[in-house]
Each structure stands twice: as C-alpha cells, then as structure tokens.
Design a protein around this ligand. Structure first.
Ligand code: SAH
Length: 443
C-alpha cells in the first residue's frame, strides 16, 4: 500500500504554490494524494496568519487534528507556513505537542528530513546516502504538477520574490516569511517550462513587492526583464504578476505590460487607506496623491487595465472622517476589485507594540460593509458596460456544469459548450453581468 498524504491550505497564492511544491516532492517519494485528512498517513496544514481570522481557522483545524491523531497515533502531522514563520516553532511545539514537524514558509526540508529519518517513504525508493538521495530525488520533480492537479490546472502561481523587508506597521509577513530575496531567473523559467509541459497556460508571478524583483540579484535583471523572458515561453498564453507597491511601479514595467501581448493588463496595487495620516501611521511610504499619480501613469499607458487594490478599514486611530476619505477614493479610483479587510492586531508588528487598536469591532464592520456595498454598486455599473462586447477568455475548468474562465482583466466569465475547452483561449460575447461575474455565449 502506498503511503497517502493530505495537504490543507489556507491563505494567499504563495501558500498555494508552497503546497503544490510540497505535493510534488511527496509524490516523488512515493506518496499519493488522499482526499480525506482523517485517514491519511501524513497530514500537512499550510497556515496563514495575516489576519486573526485566518489564524483562528488554523487553530480550530489543529484542535480537530489532535483528536484524529489520538485515534491514529501512526499519522504524521506537519504544520507549515506563516503560523510557523522563521522562529515560532518552539512555542508551537509546547502548544501543540502532537505536531511532529514544523516547516517555515516555502521550506519543505524539515518534513523531507523527518520522513527520511523515520524511514517513512516508499522502501523501493531507499537510497545509499539517505539525505543526499532524498534531495536528488526531489530535484527532478520538484516543480512538477502533483498528480491530483495534472491535466486540470490551467493557471499556476509561481513565487519569484520570497519574504518582505518593507515592514508596514500592521503587517506580520516580514516576521514570518523573512527578508526579501529574489529567485534566480533560471530557476523561475525552468519551473514555468515544467508547468507548461503539463498543461499550464497562465502563470501568476508572486512577490510581496514584486516590482522589486531582481534588486538583490547581481545580473541586472528586473521585473520587466523577467516578464519578457517568461512571456517568450511559447506554450504560455498569459502572464500576470502581483503585488505591486506604488513606490516601485516603473514606467519601464508599465511599458512592458503595454508592449507584450501575453502580459495581462491587470495590476494589483494596494493603497491600504485613502488618508495621508493613516498611511503615515501604516508606514506605507507614499501619500494619496502619490498613489493617484501612479494610477494616472498606468491608465495613460494601459487605458483598459484592471487596477485592483487592498484596503484595511479600522486601522489604529482611523477616525470616521479618515475612513470617509478612503470611501471617496474608491469612488474616484473605480478599482476593478478591492480586497477589503478589517484591521486585526498581529503579534510583534510595530502597530501591536506602539499603536492602540481603538476602533471598536462593530465600527470596523460598519466601515467594511459601507465600502463593500459601494464597491458592489461600482462593479455592477462597470460590468454592465461590457454587455454585448466580445471578450477573450482563457478556459480554466467546469463549474456547476458550465465553463469557467477569465478575461485578460481577470474577470470571471461563465458560458456553456459541450466540447472540452480547457486551456484554450476563446471569444465570448457577454450577455448577462453582475458585480462579480459575467455570463456569455461562445462566438
Ligand atoms: N505585500 C502586500 C500585502 C500582502 S498581505 C502589500 O504591499 O500591500 C495582503 C493584505 O492583507 C494586505 O494588503 C492588507 O490589506 C491585509 N492585511 C495585512 N495585515 C493585516 C492586518 N494586520 N489586519 C488586516 N488586514 C491586513
């Protein structure tokens, strides 16, 4: 009987990519994917702690797993991701003693070493020098799509900048994912080639401040250069990247998006707040006017581009009037999407140490809902304007019997067709729209 694994992932695209890497490594060691955590030989929780809510989810899951492990003591339980961070493992070991292995974000070595030490991989794959062989074994397949995803995954996330060194006062990421470092272009291109060989047609390059890609490498490459090299891979149909920071968005990058058809006109550029005092307390490093100028530059060169943003409401000291500045900015910016969050205190951040979390919970919720409702109305109107237009859709998968795909601007589109269209670019005429999805007919 082959050993089975189950990975449970919450959080960002970076975590999804980390889980995919781990899956293919485990499969190269003879493990097979198992849909139920309850009776898998190995269960991995890949965690997120960017907000309290995400952390609560992980803790609940851990409590449930404790009971499963009591029933099945032979099960290996591993905890991965931002909950573990670079230094939290000893404290977590005390809190959750039944967890066998702790892995920092993007680092699967502790689990692979553990499985090796315990002899917990397929005996036929045993090697002379265990550790070296283990590493060699995963080298080849490290970037393969796990079996569970093969032939089904049209889009894949590819981390290119790990960690973050910016230290916004609200944000725990630098403490959990470590200092900023860029992956070498050769490794990135190799990973993407392997993905396209298995059917991937669109990649999303990832980094906390992705526009800083390459600043720590000595071969002079920048994000624009990397994007061009990625777009040159013939099988690849589309390239996206996130997240941008207003201070690092260069004209060279915007021009590259404009001049390279495969790079989608889709820019994720968080503003976080629409008021200068709040931005100052967040230590974002720009003013609202600076942000406006960046968006003007993008729109001048990429008129139809989808601009997405992130906003936190109820940050320390945010008055109602300051929140209303953010609300009015949403009206002015007409973003295609707002990732909206209520502020929650994160351990060790500057805000946790120096600022007071003084906006009451119900007030945070009121602000969130007000902005969310407004944004829904904005999107309903924007999408209504697409009715009758024909858009290009990259078909991803079936959803409730219909085809689901996205436009270059990352809008979700649903349509019917009896043929298998996975991974194809097709023209769809939009006939019905809502705030968060479009419906249409294949041309
Ligand atoms: N690197 C990105 C942020 C990635 S984290 C940037 O430069 O902005 C994703 C989003 O989570 C952030 O943009 C922010 O809106 C939200 N977030 C981060 N910390 C938070 C906190 N303590 N409370 C609520 N939302 C938070």
């Amino acid at each position: 009987m082959p050993r089975t694994y189950h990975i449970w992932t919450i959080g960002c695209q970076m975590n999804e990519a980390d889980s995919r890497h781990l899956s293919s490594q485990l499969e190269s060691l003879g493990y097979t994917n198992h849909t139920a955590a309850e009776d898998a030989d190995l269960v991995v929780l890949n965690t997120c702690v960017v907000r309290q809510q995400a952390e609560d989810k992980a803790v609940n899951k851990l409590h449930r797993l404790r009971k499963v492990k009591e029933q099945q003591p032979a099960m290996t339980v591993a905890l991965m991701g931002c909950m573990v961070g670079m230094k939290e493992a000893p404290g977590l070991k005390k809190r959750f003693p039944f967890v066998d292995v702790f892995m920092p974000p993007s680092d699967t070595a502790p689990l692979l070493d553990y499985l090796s030490d315990q002899g917990l991989y397929d005996a036929e794959r045993s090697f002379d020098t265990r550790e070296k062989a283990l590493r060699d074994a995963i080298q080849d397949e490290e970037f393969a799509l796990p079996s569970g995803l093969q032939g089904q995954t049209v889009t894949a996330n590819v981390p290119v900048v790990l960690g973050c060194s910016h230290a916004c006062t609200f944000c725990v990421i630098p403490y959990r994912r470590g200092a900023e470092r860029s992956k070498p272009p050769t490794a990135i291109l190799e990973e993407i080639r392997r993905l396209t060989a298995q059917g991937v047609r669109e990649v999303m390059l990832l980094g906390q401040i992705i526009d800083r890609y390459g600043t720590d490498l000595d071969d002079g490459i920048d994000l624009a250069g990397l994007l061009k090299r990625v777009a040159a891979i013939p099988e690849l149909l589309r390239v996206r990247f996130l997240t941008s920071h207003p201070n690092w968005m260069t004209d060279r990058l915007i021009d590259t998006v404009a001049d390279t058809p495969k790079i989608c006109p889709h820019i994720e550029i968080p503003v976080q707040a629409g008021n200068d005092e709040v931005l100052e307390r967040m230590r974002r490093g720009y003013t609202v006017d600076d942000y406006r100028r960046v968006v003007d530059r993008i729109r001048a060169r990429l008129p139809g581009a989808a601009i997405h943003t992130d906003i936190i409401v109820g940050f320390c000291g945010e008055t109602d009037e300051q929140f209303m500045d953010t609300y009015r900015l949403a009206e002015e910016m007409q973003w295609e999407k707002i990732h909206l969050a209520k502020y929650s205190v994160r351990p060790k951040t500057l805000a946790a140490r120096k600022l007071e979390d003084d906006v009451p919970a119900d007030e945070k919720e009121r602000r969130r809902k007000l902005l969310d409702d407004r944004q829904t109305v904005i999107l309903e109107a924007k999408n209504r304007a697409l009715r009758g237009q024909t858009v290009e859709v990259l078909v991803e998968n079936r959803h409730k019997g219909r085809w689901r795909g996205r436009t270059p601007e990352n809008k979700l589109v649903f349509f019917d067709d009896p043929r298998d269209l996975v991974g194809q670019l097709v023209p769809v005429t939009i006939n019905h729209t809502a705030a968060y999805a479009l419906n249409g007919e294949l041309v």
